[in-house]
Design a protein around this ligand. Structure first.
Ligand code: UDX
Ligand code: ADP
Length: 497
C-alpha cells in the first residue's frame, strides 16, 4: 500500500480549503499543500481574513492550528503536485453557459486543465482523487488524459471521493461525517489506492462510516444525494403552495409527515427555494446525463425538481407584487438577506438573486441588507448576464441600494422581504421598524423565521405574509377554478367571513 505522506489539493475554494485544513489538523504527520491559480484567494488563506466564512467551530481556528506547520497555501502548483503522493482535484465544475449542454451540463474545463497539469509534471506513483462533483465516468476522462500524456515513469490510480459538507457547517460535517465515500477500480492496484485514502480518513472517522464502492457508483452517489435533498425541498415547497390556498400550514404538515421515521424530518423546511452552488447544478447535470443516455422519462422526472424551485421563487415574487396592490414600481422594498442560506457569505444561485430580479423587472427600488455579503458581490450577482437574459448595469445601480444597517433598509419602505434565515432578523426591533415604514406595512417572510412573532407583528400593525400559511385567518380563499390562475399568479378571489 502507498503510504500517503504528502497531499496536494488543487482548488482552494469552499470544498478544498476546509477539507484539507481538517485533514492537516487530524493527520499531523501528513503535509498538506493547497494550491490555486487565484493569487488573491491564496493570499487570503495565508491571512487572518480567510476567503470563506464558516461559523463555530471556526475554520480560522482549524487553519491557525496547523498553517505553517503541516498545512500550506501556495500558488506553486507544479512543485506541490510533483511532491505529492496523493492529489485532490477540488476545482469548480459550473454549469456550462454556452455550447452543447448549455444551461445543464457540467463544464469540466477546470478538471481537464488539472489532469493535464498533473500529467505534465508527475513522475513515480500518485493517487489522483476527484473531490469536485463530476458527471458519472469523469474519472475515465482523467485516466485517458493520463494515459495519453504521461511518461512511462508515472504510475497512477484515479479515485472518486465526493465531499458531502454543507456550507456554514463545514467543519462539523468534516469532523463528524455521516459517511465518507471512496470509489475506485476493482483491480488490486485500485483497491490499494482506496486503502491508502481510507487510512487518511481513519485518523478520525470510524471504519464503519467509510464506504467503498466502484468509481461510477461513487460519482453517481454524489449527484443522487444532492438530487434527493433538492427533491425534498421541492416536494415540501409544492405542498406550501397548496397550504396557502387551503388554510393548511406547511410547518404543521412537515412536522406531521416528518415524524414518520421512513420519511424523516430533515430538509422539509419550506422556503423561497433552494440555492447554493450544488443543488441546481447537480440536478441539471443529472438531467443532462439522462438525456444523453437516452433516458428521457428519468430526465423529465428530475427536471421537475428544478421547475418547482423556479416556480416557488416566481410565486413568492408574484405574491409580493399582488399584495402591494399589483404594483411595485418605484416602491421602496427592503430585502433582508442575500446569502443562499444563513451562516455563509456565499450567494451562488441564491434565491435572493432571482427574487431581486423579478422585483427589479417590475421597477421596484430595492434596499438590500445582508450581514455577511459584500456590496460588490451583490451588484455583481444582479448585473451578471445569465444564459437567457442580460441585465443592464445602469438600471440595476439606479434601482438598487446596498445598506449596512437593516433599520436603514426599512426606513420609508412599503415592504420587508426576508430571503435568508439569518438569526438576527428575528431579533430586530419591529416596533421601531414599523414606525419608520409606509403604511400599510408588509412583511414577507420567505423563510418562516418569524412564526413565533406573527401575533406580535400583527398587533404592531404589520400585514404578515409567509410561505405555506395564511397568516390572516379571517380571510378565506375560494378554490382555484382553473389552472391558468396559477400560471398567471392572479390574485385569488377573497371572501371575508
Ligand atoms: C448541499 C448539501 O447539503 C451538501 O451535502 C453538498 O455537499 C453540497 O450541497 P449546501 O449547498 O452548502 O450543501 O447547503 P444546504 O444546507 O444543503 O442548503 C441548500 C439550499 O437549500 C439552501 O438555499 C437552503 O436554504 C435550502 N434549504 C435547505 C431549504 O430551503 N429547506 C430545507 O429544508 C433545507
Ligand atoms: P467549490 O465550491 O467546488 O470548492 P470554488 O469556486 O469555491 O468551488 O473553488 C474552486 C477553486 O478552484 C477556485 O478557487 C478556483 O480558482 C480554483 N481553480 C479552478 N481551476 C483551477 C486550475 N486549473 N488550477 C488551480 N486552481 C483552479
Amino acid at each position: 500500500m502507498v503510504e500517503v505522506r504528502r497531499i496536494c489539493c488543487i482548488g482552494a475554494g469552499y470544498v478544498g480549503g476546509p477539507t484539507c485544513s481538517v485533514i492537516a489538523q487530524m493527520c499531523p504527520e501528513v503535509t498538506v499543500t493547497v494550491v490555486d491559480v487565484n493569487e488573491d484567494r491564496i493570499r487570503a488563506w495565508n491571512s487572518d481574513s480567510l476567503p470563506i466564512f464558516e461559523v463555530s467551530p471556526g475554520l480560522q481556528e482549524v487553519v491557525d492550528s496547523c498553517r505553517g506547520v503541516n498545512l500550506f497555501f501556495s500558488t506553486d502548483m507544479d512543485e506541490a503536485i510533483k511532491n505529492a503522493d496523493l492529489v485532490f482535484i477540488s476545482v469548480n465544475t459550473p454549469t456550462k453557459t454556452f455550447g452543447i449542454g448549455k444551461g445543464r451540463a457540467a463544464d469540466l474545463k477546470h478538471i481537464e486543465a488539472c489532469a493535464r497539469r498533473i500529467a505534465d509534471v508527475s513522475i513515480g506513483c500518485k493517487i489522483v482523487v476527484e473531490k469536485s462533483t463530476v458527471p458519472v465516468r469523469a474519472a475515465e476522462s482523467i485516466r485517458r488524459i493520463f494515459n495519453a500524456n504521461t511518461k512511462s515513469s508515472f504510475n497512477f490510480q484515479v479515485l472518486s471521493n465526493p465531499e458531502f459538507l454543507a456550507e456554514g457547517t463545514a467543519i462539523t460535517d468534516l469532523k463528524n461525517p455521516d459517511r465518507v465515500l471512496i470509489g475506485g477500480d476493482e483491480t488490486p492496484e485500485g483497491q490499494h489506492a482506496i486503502e491508502a485514502l481510507r487510512s487518511i480518513y481513519e485518523h478520525w472517522v470510524p471504519k464503519s462510516k467509510i464506504i467503498t464502492t466502484n468509481t461510477w457508483s461513487s460519482e453517481l452517489s454524489k449527484l443522487a444525494a444532492n438530487a434527493f435533498l433538492a427533491q425534498r425541498i421541492s416536494s415540501i415547497n409544492s405542498i406550501s403552495a397548496l397550504c396557502e390556498v387551503t388554510g393548511a400550514d406547511v410547518e404543521e404538515v412537515a412536522h406531521a409527515i416528518g415524524t414518520d421515521q421512513r420519511i424523516g424530518s430533515c430538509f422539509l423546511k419550506a422556503s423561497v427555494g433552494f440555492g447554493g452552488s450544488c443543488f441546481q447544478k447537480d440536478v441539471l447535470n443529472l438531467v443532462y446525463l439522462c438525456e444523453v443516455l437516452n433516458l428521457p422519462e428519468v430526465a423529465r422526472y428530475w427536471q421537475q425538481v428544478i421547475e418547482i424551485n423556479d416556480y416557488q421563487r416566481k410565486r413568492f415574487s408574484s405574491r409580493i407584487i399582488s399584495c402591494l396592490f399589483n404594483t411595485v414600481t418605484d416602491k421602496k422594498i427592503a430585502l433582508l438577506g442575500f446569502a443562499f442560506k444563513k451562516n455563509t457569505g456565499d450567494t451562488r444561485e441564491s434565491s435572493s438573486i432571482y427574487i431581486s430580479r423579478y422585483l427589479l423587472e417590475e421597477g421596484a427600488c430595492l434596499h438590500i441588507y445582508d450581514p455577511k455579503v459584500k456590496a460588490q458581490q451583490i451588484m455583481h450577482d444582479l448585473t451578471q448576464p445569465t444564459p437567457s437574459e442580460r441585465h443592464d448595469p445602469a438600471t440595476v445601480s439606479r434601482l438598487v441600494t446596498i445598506v449596512t444597517d437593516p433599520y436603514k433598509a426599512c426606513e420609508n419602505a412599503h415592504a420587508i422581504v426576508i430571503c435568508t434565515e439569518w438569526d438576527m432578523f428575528t431579533e430586530l426591533d419591529y416596533e421601531k421598524i414599523y414606525k419608520a415604514m409606509l403604511k400599510p406595512a408588509f412583511i414577507f417572510d420567505g423563510r418562516r423565521i418569524l412564526d413565533s412573532l406573527h401575533d406580535q407583528l400583527q398587533h404592531i400593525g404589520f400585514q404578515v405574509e409567509t410561505i405555506g400559511k395564511r397568516v390572516n385567518q379571517r380571510i378565506h380563499f375560494t378554490a382555484i377554478e382553473d389552472k391558468s390562475e396559477i400560471d398567471q399568479q392572479q390574485p385569488l378571489k377573497k371572501i371575508k367571513l
